[in-house]
Design a protein around this ligand. Sequence first.
Ligand code: TRP
Length: 325
Amino acid sequence: MRSYGFTDTLAAKHYATALRADIRDGLTRTPKSTAPTWFYDARGSELFEQITQLDEYPVWRAELGLFLLHADDIAVRTRARSLVELGSGSSNKTQLILEALGPAGLHYVPIDVSADALHQAGAQLAKDHPGIVIHAVRADFTAPLVLPELPDDGPRLIAFIGSTLSNFRRPARGPFLRGLRDMMRPEDFLLIGADLVKPVPEMLAAYDDGKGVTAAFDKNLLHVLNRELDADFDPDSFDHVAVWNSAEQHIEMRLRSRVEQRVKIRDLDLVVHFERGEEWVTESSAKFSTDALQAELSAAGLRTDQLWADEDAGFALMLTIRSTD
Ligand code: TRP
């Protein structure tokens, strides 16, 4: 039996409305700053997969290493029969958890903004694991989530891995975690993968690799805006830069305008002015200490059931459950 269902909650109109609102708001404020959601068209998702394989980007391998060691523990502790994954992308690493949980009859809900990524990963998973039931959902998980109907036959595991949590800025992170917690029943688990603070040069290299893949990923945003909003960004007139913001404890990816310029965004009826050297924050990526993250989780009503950390690689996996408050 092969089972793949797909729900699109990002109807063209919804996507366009959210994109327009964020870009208008983000490019008319000082400093300019937009949401990372818009990177991930088909090309952006593909470039992101390439980033995960770069020598400079240790996050992916560190988390994979922890999954190789602990996927069985996760399965034994949770006994989950449904796995919901936020920002599933290629679902690559998740396979280790699926296999440990036992894919036959398991309900897997990959959630991503990229329909292409969902279809590709879904086709592969259905082929490799006959018996798995896939309900792919195209959604922007920064907005309130509606899950598909799932059987009530055991605990659910929500996986939020790849340090994707780090792409939420601090004020938004609390309410977001609280929202996830409120979706959970008392028997459910939330698994978080988080990148830890490391020496600054290592952290910077992970967001500015020698081959320029991360730069191409960052500039892909300009191609998305040109296509989706009929804008006239010239990607060659921007440089990609990565900066460590120590007050916020996050890396910022920025696009720096090489010249003074005006860019037309026709669909917004907007002309955006850039000074020469002006920087626009396209993404932030928080780095955590396990203590600080546990404090944030606890403030959101989540308590750590188990923590696995790879101190050398600077990465932690936290399996959490609802606390009573
Ligand atoms: N959330 C991960 C991180 O911040 C993965 C990621 C998202 C990423 N966007 C990225 C990595 C851009 C490199 C570049 O590390």
